[in-house]
Write a protein that binds this ligand. Sequence first.
Ligand code: IPD
Ligand code: CA
Ligand code: CA
Length: 280
Amino acid sequence: MKRFDKWGNSNLHKQWQNELFLQAKEWVLDAGIMIRDNLNKPLSVMTKTSHKDLVTTMDQQVEKFFTEKIKATYPEHRILAEEGFGDQVTHLKDFVWIIDPIDGTMNFVHQKRNFAISVGIYYDYVGHIGIIYDVMADELYYAIKDTGAYKNDMKLPMLTKDLPLSESILGLNHSWIMENRFVNEKYMQKLIKNIRGSRTYGSAALQFAYVAEGSIDGYLSMRLSPWDFAAGTIIVNEVGGLTTSIYGDSLNLLKPSTVFTGNPYIQKHILDNYLKVKEL
Ligand code: IPD
Ligand code: CA
Ligand code: CA
């Protein structure tokens, strides 16, 4: 059992920050091995809120793996996790781990690729450690607050280059250009014409990672839960990207939300000129 002391001004001491990162990374890689080793074994697939919302025994097994490890090693830390093995988390005081054991379960079930493990660690409402692991590609994206973001130990460059919309690729799905309750779809259709291309990957966490590495320049979702964006916002933040709701507000880590993350140049430009939000 390990204990972390409280530090003055809520600042996480660098040494502990690093130690916590190394421990979380080890568990993420172990969970990745567990998933790959079981990939071709029979799997129970259940639906949750609809036929589009899937959970498997592997999602549950991975989440249990994390909750048991964390509870045994850091008993005072709390856990907010998708499949219900964590705690009832109503505030982010002290340490909170926000975990999606498999982000992109539909890809996991149907394609056996393009899914990720996502782990964000917060201390007193501030995101300190973000890890997103593309299990099948063996690509580990991570960030430690104020020390930059990395992909497989290669530091990712800052997203500082002024980017024209005509050279941008956005991650978003078809619902944005159909009639919807959030935004005027006509402006979104214009946006699609003006950008270079659009992509839909089926994993929110991976799309945050792609924004951070600059392989896409923005990602929009009409509804994500905290475990979908907890790690991603930390990683994107470390390369100078911006993450808000479609109303331009910062995200609440305890509630589902619309999400728009991206290169700072196009994120602001698109918010101001294309996201014509409807009155709720
Ligand atoms: C889902 C994926 C998907 C996003 C959904 C999420 P899950 O997570 O990230 O890309 O569009 O909103 O719920 O259910 O596979 O963990
Ligand atoms: Ca998810
Ligand atoms: Ca999930």
